[in-house]
Design a protein around this ligand. Sequence first.
Ligand code: BGC
Length: 750
Amino acid sequence: MKYYSIIIVLALMSCSHSKVSTNKDTVEERFIDSILATMSIDDKIGQTNLRGTSSRAKTLSEELKEDVRQGKVGALLNVMKVEFVDELQKIAVEESPNKIPLIFGRDVIHGFKTIFPIPLGLAASWDTDIAKSSSRIAAIEASSVGIRWTFAPMLDIARDSRWGRIAESPGEDTYLASVLGKAYIQGFQGDSLNNPTSIAACAKHYIGYGAVEGGRDYNTTVIPEPLLRNVYLPPFQSALDVGAATVMTSFNEINGIPATGNEFLLKHVLRDELKFDGFVVSDWDSVIEMIAHGYAKDEKQAGELAANAGMDMEMTSKAYEHHLKDLIKEDKVKERQLDEFVKNILRIKLRLGLFEKPYRDKNNEANFYKEAHLAEAKEAAIKSAVLLKNKRILPLSSATKVALIGPLANAPLDQMGTWTFDGEKEHTVTPLKAFKEAQVNFKYVEALTHSRDRSKEQFQKAVDGVKDSDVIVFVAGEEAILSGEAHSRATIDLPGAQEDLIKVLSKTGKPIVLVIMAGRPITITNIIDNVDAVLMSWHPGTMGGVALQEIIYGLREPEGRLPVSWPKKAGQLPYFYNHKSTGRPANKEDYVAMYDIPVGAWQSSLGNDSHYLDIGYTPHFPFGFGLGYTAFKYDDLQISKDTIGFNETLLVKASITNVGERPGKEIVQLYTQDVVGSITRPVRELKGFQHINLNVGETKEVTFKVFPRQLEFTNHKGIRATEEGDFNIWVSSDATSGLKGTFYLKKECQ
Ligand code: BGC
């Protein structure tokens, strides 16, 4: 440690920012070079090794300690006992050849101990403040046990709800994902990476992982460059703009080349264009999975391809550890490439302050489940809840006699959602617990034991149980294990006997409030007419039950809006609001429904446009949709000019009035459409949104600024530009409605 301490202070002064620095001749770079100069090839390869361990390990293996001692490990994943973290770090900084500290990483995805709603749920908040505060809290809790690196946020645009990892995604929209991604990174990394409560973020999965064929996890993707640049890349660009320290490659191949061995994506786009100067980590074994992809013939070639593509740190597999030295000797990989990897890795270790303070901060111990953390988790669950239907049943009055039923009404583990390794179900407040604590007038009726329960044995008991109630609150959904990695589904309806039970209960004539806890939108066309209200709470996390109790009884209103189009049927997927028009756009007038076609009809292209005969062409609920407990009226769209030049700003105004009976919150959305382009353009694209609060009868004028720069896109020739022409513009409450205006963007004014 002594060796480093003289120059560390100077180096840290030059890098306490988390923003990307491109200046190579800084104190920071000189410090890194000075370490590099003392390292052998083996030491350098050691830095590229992210060793996976089991968080359940009871003892620290001698083999791992020895590897750390010999400098064979650069970072560790899933070391979750603080004693192990301390011991391994001590070995690294006192006994390893170059005394370089380790980074300890963990999937801290939507909370560490205090669990927030799943990322898709948090995306429904459309709220960058809560995104930031949730990841700040996660960082504070995780760093207290020595974790200084999270594999989050996931920035994969997800347009297919069959894909299990949609739960971890920011949804289907590029703009929303970009603003939320930025906020997550600011929360994880704090004001400065070298604050002991900051953890390095990892923008993942680079790239296109959400575009997997058929929503099947790990699958192939085909993403033409304009689509890559217009839809999938911007969230990563935003993440790097705020200094995301690391980037993870994705499992999928893109246009025939696995992301982990993709030189174009890693060197050309990420380094040369986006000026990323942190380090790239592969996903779990994704280096050697290039063999199964049919891209590398063996482990050695996989290592060669990943190294030459510019992939810095290898997660869990050992292609670099086993072969990089030989590959360098054989001149198949240049040593200067390895040097680049090491520099990228050391740069982040330095920015994390690990050379100066390698050990976890004991003052930051046991920051779990603090009152303020729980309060923020409740707030997040309220902001994420999306009310999809309400036949004037919600909110319930305190006098209502409620029958609380359903497999997710008291499922503390499942309520936390996917990828919550450190959350403890004992801390989860389920709806049952929250209803009890709030002492509301209710009885709990047990029927299905879990979401996949197919038994109808308790149906009669359930019917008898709800008889003396006024309203049934049915908490349905999916167990946490049914979404997340590797958990794609071909049908996305309520599993088990849930639909059957809802139909049976609806025959009692009691109004049903359907609350859904799930990792994805669930198709509910079969039961939508059997229920009076539908409230989507996603998997809402530790405080989900409290949030739901407050929403159901009207202490708060559900504030979320859909971050993803809600399909009628899985067969409609992938579905997304910002699709292209087609040459025969679907429309009401031409739509022909399957059962309207005369039997024996003459063969013809009836309807003649892009729709499904059986379910039409619209989603069940559009992107951006969500009800509150009041109603809003949109009026008086004003567009500052009919024509603007490329250097001008357009002002778009609309008046929003609360025409309902209680104060409420609205998320006002701005969409544009570039009517004619050098390549076809989406029918709408989200360009901004604002949260407003309105009292009963109150009107607010909302103003959006539109900069021509926001309208640019990359075309088939690789040209990124804003093009002259007509634009449509909407101010609306979702992606399919709203006040529509137009303007013309004129080049001459440039
Ligand atoms: C996932 C990553 C995750 C990694 C480490 C992989 O299976 O795809 O998102 O960060 O495991 O746990």
